[in-house]
Design a binder for this molecule. Sequence first.
Ligand code: NAD
Length: 278
Amino acid sequence: MRIDGHTRLIAHLGFPTDSFKAPLIYNPWFSRHGVNAVVVPMGVMSDHYSAFLSALRNATNYHGALVTMPHKISTCVLVDQLSTRAKVAGACNAVLKLPDGQLLGDQFDGAGFVAGLKRKSQAVTGKRALLIGCGGVGSAIAASLAEAGIAELNLCDPQQAAAVSLQHRLHSFFPELKVFVGNHDPADQDMVINASPLGMKPDDALPVDTSRLSSQCLAADVVLTKEITPWLQAALEKGCRIQTGSDMLIEMIPEYLRFFGFGQASVDELRLLYEESH
Ligand code: NAD
């Protein structure tokens, strides 16, 4: 790949950086498609983050950033403008430097999730979903489902405060949406989404009682440790359609590329690059 004085810099901000895979997907894609940009991992610890971002924004070749843990929440107050979905999620994972130098923050975890549903022809408008886990990813998924017109969300999290806080944020931006806290019965849901870490460890419980799951329901997982997690396996055995964690992850990349102004990307090509990066 060629880096010259015109190359646009996308900073991949987080700490630690050891597990970063995005450069292995974006940079080959940039090379193949003649985009003069580069994604560079930048390990920044929390104490230095605000000062680092302030300095970085003044670099004339700074185009934007992919933001990951532990900076997704703090970035919300460091940018000049924030999308509605980032406000509802309370987290920001993308930054774009606008022509006037302002920084725009957005959030694509949920957008990737909803794009994956659309690819599977799963309707969202007017539907009802059970969301297990209301942390960073769960909140982002809730925000994007609300934007896409879902009718009812049932939120479940052992930290009740996380679910109630998300309920309040959803109500303030989407007053028409029905949001309930505490119901974890999967019966009568159009979608059941595990957005909790359940399934990362081999002895984890399943997120819901699968005996109550209808075959008409779409089961989704965000966990990336296995392609078919125990929860998705149980749902397949009930005859459900599924969406995997990697489906969501890969669908996020075209959303980022559009946000950065780099054009359209094929999900099939991105999936190959993703598989090569592992
Ligand atoms: P987080 O810590 O912000 O939130 C996790 C939430 O799950 C917390 O609110 C926690 O209380 C809740 N939780 C824990 N146990 C639960 C249980 N038994 N039932 C219901 N809720 C429970 O974490 P996060 O950043 O939201 O990440 C969650 C998962 O998403 C992780 O496994 C992470 O690897 C995965 N992830 C996937 C993608 C993707 O693209 N697929 C992207 C980012 C993160």
